[in-house]
Design a protein around this ligand. Structure first.
Ligand SMILES: *Cc1c(COP(=O)(O)O)cnc(C)c1O
Length: 396
């Protein structure tokens, strides 16, 4: 373990885009200038108060700030005080709106008129198509053929929003193949096109930039928690981790407090917990791979967490011991969804139900002692998963 210098954590990565030993920019030569252009545009925009005003103004028209709600009945049941940061109440129903609005503003600032994006379950594709429609951009979404079949409703949503959906037939025909195709498009269209990436993954500056675009979650929550907790910070801050963007944005608001940071990964896709260092999609991070270095497909009850890698900054936070990453199994996730629904009247998406599942499991143990206060980021609402959950509960 490196020495813990929390003041330096979750700031800018090195000029090479490193967070400790992770991150970087591992790309074909042709894409390096595009990443440099994006980095320069982001750096200038983020230092410009007018950019922040416009960004936060648009987010305000789309449901921000989101509330922090107190879970009285669940808290009583678990013996810990549970607060929820309600990203489920934004337009489109998840934290993804924060990222896509920010990147759409950057696209316009760079003078580009077209965006490409990858999508797995379709949620980032829908978010990207939403932002493209708001700004009048041409929008092409790459999606593995397997996912196109599984997620027909999201494909329809993207088309309704005016996007073109391109099915990808190479490799395993899922998310990682869609990412490869989106990069390929970007190489040949970089003059007019921005690659609107979906999580804190990929080459520098994406992990840094997207964490900054999501830190609005943590910055708001910190003030809201202090108002509720009489000036104190929560003892624990918990978020689910797929690529890691909602967790990174949440943690950024609390990294310099005494709060313990907990990322919850699906048991079948625990890249931080069970991965080994490897390069995927342009950066070095923890990655699920077999003994031959082949990427292992992640599997979980929630399609939004099925990504074999994780953002490099999470790998670093785990390395230095500032955050811990724990798994949640599918059955406990389903049970958590039902408990939150019946005690609080909130049906969560399956992704944040992972975070709730860990809190339920850990409450009253040394990992989360009785009497603690815990903030959970409710990254999205459950409507999108209702049919899937119905099928699983019928089968069980
Ligand atoms: C996409 C998504 C996630 C996973 O993405 P992260 O980058 O890990 O935040 C989690 N929750 C919801 C509701 C999502 O839509």
């Amino acid at each position: 373990m490196e020495s813990r210098d929390t003041a330096a954590l979750m700031r800018e990565p090195t000029p090479e885009g490193r967070f400790g030993r992770f991150g970087g920019r591992f790309l074909p030569e042709a894409l390096v200038p595009a990443c440099q252009e994006l980095e320069a545009a982001f750096r200038a925009a983020w230092a410009d108060p007018a950019f922040h005003d416009e960004y936060l103004g648009i987010l305000a028209a789309n449901g921000r700030p989101t509330p922090v709600s107190e879970c009285r009945r669940l808290s009583e049941r678990l013996g810990v005080r549970v607060l929820l940061k309600r990203e489920d109440l934004t337009h489109t129903g998840s934290h993804k709106i924060n990222n896509v609005i920010g990147q759409a503003l950057l696209t316009r600032r760079m003078g580009k008129t077209r965006v490409v994006a990858e999508t797995g379950a379709g949620q980032h594709g829908v978010a990207a198509a939403t932002a493209a429609a708001m700004f009048g951009f041409e929008c092409v979404i790459y999606m593995g053929e397997v996912d196109v079949e599984r997620q027909a409703l999201n494909v329809f949503r993207m088309k309704l929003l005016g996007a073109e959906v391109v099915p990808v037939g190479s490799g395993s025909r899922t998310l990682k193949d869609a990412i490869n195709e989106a990069f390929r498009d970007w190489v040949s269209s970089v003059e007019t096109t921005h690659y609107l990436l979906g999580s804190v993954t990929g080459p520098h500056p994406y992990p840094w930039m997207i964490r900054e675009l999501q830190r609005v979650i943590g910055d708001e929550a910190r003030g809201q928690c202090r108002a509720i907790l009489g000036g104190a910070d929560p003892d624990y801050v918990v978020a689910c981790v797929g690529g890691g963007s909602n967790a990174a944005g949440t943690f950024a608001g609390f990294v310099d407090t005494g709060a313990r940071l907990v990322g919850v990964e699906p048991a079948g896709g625990a890249a931080v917990g069970r991965g080994i260092p490897g390069v995927v999609h342009g950066s070095l991070s923890q990655l699920l791979q077999d003994e031959h270095g082949q990427i292992i497909e992640a599997h979980s009850v929630s399609a939004g967490l099925d990504y074999p890698g994780v953002g490099p900054e999470h790998a670093h936070l785990a390395d230095v011991g500032r955050a811990v990453y724990v798994p949640a199994a599918d059955e406990e996730v389903l049970a958590a969804l039902r408990l939150l629904a019946t005690t609080e009247g909130i049906i969560p998406a399956l992704e944040p139900a992972h975070a709730v599942a860990w809190v339920i499991r850990a409450a009253g143990t040394d990992a989360l002692p009785t009497g603690s206060t815990v903030l959970i980021t409710m990254s999205g609402r459950g409507d999108k998963d209702a049919e899937h959950v119905m099928g699983m509960l019928d089968a069980g």
